[in-house]
Design a protein around this ligand. Structure first.
Ligand code: FAD
Length: 317
């Protein structure tokens, strides 16, 4: 079922998860072990991230180095099919612009359509590990809005080859990313929301947000988006913070703030278990507040300690 339909149909708040493909060399069982306990809460859908290839230097036997491309977490599409088959749940693959030509994207969309996948999250992706700024593939898309246009085109039966007349129409529900604390490259929140609006005007159907630890950022974002005439669902994305190291890694990686109260509580925690307890209580408090404010979906980023999410959900539902 499409995410928008699901949200329109549900009276209660539904749960969803984001998972990462296992690192290359690990079996899919590791992902099932991660997800199995969480499936008790009947997620409405599970997002599967996409990870572009990275360029790394490998030493040759003669001591010189060669640059090779490796994809550390392959398998997004296969995992979506496996999750749908195993758990009978909607699986949502993330699609990124980075590293893809338009033709490769079109072929990926055809694969997804043939697999019966009804939802995709259309993203630009970040800069490659060896680059400072995002550089599009020479035959690819620069912004997520260009990817949205391509998916909308395919939904209308428009393929890259001009000679395909009367092409089969796909029917993807298109999600996009939103940033309650602004995307780090955007000059200001208004510009960022303007670009969000453009993606929606082009045909995106809903928004999933970057994680946040202060719900006020999310509520302000909802208000600002409404002022800009955005009226599609905006799904809050939340992630537990469970150790002291994350007090600096999370702001660096996701460009979000850690509220002072959370920071202080985490700094006071003495043991690993204490840290987990702080993270659990904070997430529980965030979720209760979101439920009180009628969030239709709670979308959990499950990388790290799914046990914390499990404990929170157990107390909520
Ligand atoms: P865009 O919408 O293209 O925006 C990028 C920047 O450009 C923003 O600052 C925006 O304001 C600006 N902008 C947008 N359009 C224009 C325009 N036409 N002209 C000028 N400026 C413009 N990354 C991955 O690699 N894999 C994943 O699986 C993944 N999943 C994610 C899931 C969620 C829910 C979120 C929030 C992020 C995810 N990301 C993922 C990270 C995401 O790819 C990065 O944050 C990326 O830097 C921006 O992606 P975007 O789709 O928001 O880009």
């Amino acid at each position: 079922m499409k995410v928008t339909q699901l949200i329109a149909d549900t009276k209660d708040t539904v749960i969803s998860f984001e998972v990462l493909p296992p690192t290359k060399g690990k079996s899919i069982e590791s992902l099932y072990e991660h997800l199995n306990p969480l499936m008790e809460f009947n997620p409405a859908f599970i997002n599967v991230t996409y990870h572009r290839a990275e360029q790394v230097f490998k030493k040759r036997v003669d001591g010189t180095f060669e640059r090779v491309e490796i994809r550390k977490r392959p398998g997004t599409v296969g995992i979506c099919a496996a999750l749908m088959n195993k758990y009978k749940v909607e699986a949502i693959p993330h699609l990124i612009c980075g590293g893809f030509s338009k033709e490769e994207t079109e072929n990926a969309l055809i694969d997804l359509d043939f697999l019966g996948i009804k939802n995709v999250l259309a993203l630009r992706g970040d800069a490659a590990a060896n680059e400072k700024f995002f550089n599009p593939h020479p035959h690819g898309h620069r912004y997520a809005e260009d990817l949205v246009k391509q998916i909308v085109g395919l939904n209308n039966g428009v393929y890259m080859e001009d000679d395909i007349m009367d092409g089969a129409k796909t029917d993807f529900c298109i999600g996009i990313a939103g940033y309650p604390e602004k995307h780090f490259e955007a000059p200001n929140a208004e510009t960022d929301i303007n670009y969000l609006k453009r993606k929606i005007d082009l045909g995106a159907h809903y928004v999933t947000t970057q994680l946040f630890y202060d719900n006020r950022h999310y509520y302000n974002y909802l208000n600002k988006c409404a002022e800009f005439g955005i009226n599609v669902p905006i799904i809050p994305g939340i992630k537990p913070l469970t150790n002291k190291k994350q007090l600096t890694t999370i702001p660096r990686v996701f460009n979000v703030e850690i509220p002072m109260d959370l920071y202080n509580a985490m700094m006071k925690a003495k043991t690993e278990a204490d840290c987990e307890q702080v993270g659990t209580e904070w997430l529980l408090h965030q979720c209760k507040d979101l439920l009180k404010n009628n969030a239709k979906v709670l979308h959990f980023y499950t990388l790290g300690k799914p046990r914390v999410i499990y404990n929170v959900l157990k107390q909520l539902f």
